[in-house]
Design a protein around this ligand. Structure first.
Ligand code: UD1
Ligand code: CA
Length: 487
């Protein structure tokens, strides 16, 4: 059983002040999108799941944007994230020092500080817990998570003595040829005892290739003080991938999507081709649902049980009930879809759409900010915007709600059981009463009372034999009379 000590939640600090030169971008590296969220938000989310006693990030480059990304991240609600500013990026040791006053103000002066580089988005909660356990169990003053990688270039290499004890970490740019061959690297995740951390960091020197105060220099400094330091070797090299350039960003995103697909398959979801399915980490999918190839499920999306999500469907921030059929190539954003609904192919549900149970939205139908009541159908080529549609309505092919007058948006209301004939324009604001019918091809500009039939199309004129007479005239070389042409 874990001792009381190992159960104490740690204080956590995320380093997020760097620029990320290797991205070759106008935007700081940590804001680059990875599986639906800025990279740094993945790290912060994982940190929050450890329920830390204190959680802060050090920001610097594009500080306002990084702060706002972290503050608005839904996964961090209530985590009480605080911010320290590093005005000039003088290195990772200097970055940690910027949080000292913040910790002091919060009354956090002892215990363990877990320090996380902001660019390690694949790290798992279980691994951080194992690092904490190792740190506390060994009684070390500082512990670094290490791993052995196939290609250690770019990382700090871990130097150990003849007993296998960690001595120091040498940065790639400071390493000599034999050190460069070491495959054990610093993952950029650390535990440190707060009573010794800051004094040791103040002793770091910038006599290195980058002229920076290196956080890993903490280890030899503590060792010289006779304190114990540890390197905790973790077996999974994928998990500690540091994202520094666009190639690593793509690799990280591939790993995250693969991981999510595996998690869902284990929970009873069929993923037709896990190699090309893009499901964000926070998305939930119920059992016996099937996800087709190239589907993207993003943000705060929930899919119920027994659903079928077709190929190339793109669903963002939406709630899909049980037994819903989303056919191929649908785009769904900010919408709620009730159980048993059928959508698509090629349907577009825009934010604010609510489809109640059993609704059918067919091909090339766009729905925006509208409610469609239980069992209603709009099966072909329609635009329904700012509409409130009751239960059991039938909206014919080509129906358009003319909701915009160039200045304002107006509502359309269809009460229960309304039948709208094909190719109808409903010029909003307009209301069609319960059970009313609209004849095909109508332009409806005035409210229609319950139970009525409204039609607004012109009378049809039929001229018998017209086509045959025209053919004969043509063959005879006669010019068409203006009168005839009109007819
Ligand atoms: C760092 C480690 C290296 C390790 C690697 C793991 C140092 C000196 N080196 O190298 O040993 O193998 O991570 O991925 O720590 N940051 C600040 N302020 C600064 C500098 C950096 O907040 O002044 C932040 C960055 O935003 C980033 C993190 O610290 O989130 C790491 O910085 P980065 O420049 O990526 O360090 P690496 O060169 O990758
Ligand atoms: Ca890095």
């Amino acid at each position: 059983m874990a001792s009381r000590k190992t159960q104490q939640p740690p204080a956590i600090l995320i380093l997020a002040a760097g620029r990320g030169q290797r991205m070759k971008s106008g935007r700081v590296k940590l804001l680059h999108n990875l599986a639906g969220a800025p990279m740094v938000c993945h790290v912060a989310r994982i940190a929050a799941r450890l329920e830390p006693s204190f959680l802060a990030a050090v920001v610097g480059n594009q500080a306002d944007d990084v702060t706002s990304a972290l503050s608005t991240e839904p996964g961090l609600d209530g985590a009480g994230l605080k911010f320290a500013t590093q005005e000039r990026q003088l290195g990772t040791a200097h970055a940690v020092l910027q949080a000292e006053p913040l910790l002091a103000r919060a009354g956090v002066r002892k215990g363990v500080l877990l320090i996380l580089n902001g660019d390690i988005p694949l790290i798992r909660v279980s691994t951080l817990k194992a690092l904490l356990r190792h740190h506390r169990g060994s009684g070390a003053s500082a512990t670094v998570l290490t791993t052995k990688v196939d290609d250690p270039s770019g990382y700090g290499r871990v130097l150990r003595d003849a007993h296998g004890d960690l001595v120091s970490i040498v940065e790639d740019r400071d390493a000599n040829a034999s050190q460069k061959r070491i495959s054990e690297i610093n993952a950029g995740l650390y535990c440190a005892d707060l009573t010794v951390l800051f004094d040791a960091l103040r002793r770091t020197r910038k006599a290195n290739a980058q002229g920076e105060h290196y956080l890993p220099d903490l280890f030899p400094i503590l060792r010289k003080q006779g304190l114990r330091v540890e390197g905790y070797l973790h077996p999974d090299q994928d998990e500690v991938l540091g994202v520094n350039d666009r190639g690593e960003l793509a690799r990280a995103s591939g790993i995250l999507y693969r991981r999510k697909a595996e998690e869902l398959m284990e929970a009873g979801v069929t993923i037709v081709d896990p190699g090309c399915t893009y499901i964000d980490p926070e998305v939930r999918v119920g059992r016996d649902s099937t996800i087709g190839p190239l589907a993207r499920l993003e943000g705060r999306t929930t899919v119920g049980a027994g659903c079928s999500i077709g190929a190339l469907a793109h669903i963002t921030d939406s709630t899909i009930g049980d037994d819903v059929l989303v056919r191929d190539m649908c785009v769904v954003a900010g919408s709620t879809v009730g159980p048993g609904a059928k959508i698509g192919p090629f349907a577009h549900l825009r934010p604010g759409t609510v489809l109640e149970s059993g609704v059918h939205i067919g091909n090339f139908v766009e729905v925006k900010k509208s409610r469609v009541g239980r069992g209603s159908k709009a099966n072909h080529l329609a635009y329904l915007g700012d509409a409130d549609i009751g239960e059991g309505c039938n909206v014919g092919a080509g129906t358009i709600t003319c909701n915009y007058d160039g200045v304002h948006k107006h509502p359309t209301t269809l009460e229960d059981g309304v039948f709208i004939g094909s190719d109808t324009q409903l010029v909003a604001p307009v209301k069609v009463g319960r059970g009313a019918y609209i004849g095909a091809g109508s332009t409806i500009t005035k409210d229609v009372p319950a139970g009525a039939l409204a039609l607004s199309r012109a009378q049809q004129r039929t001229i018998e034999g017209w086509a045959e007479r025209r053919r004969q005239e043509r063959e005879a070389g006669e010019p068409e009379s203006p009168k005839r042409r009109k007819a």
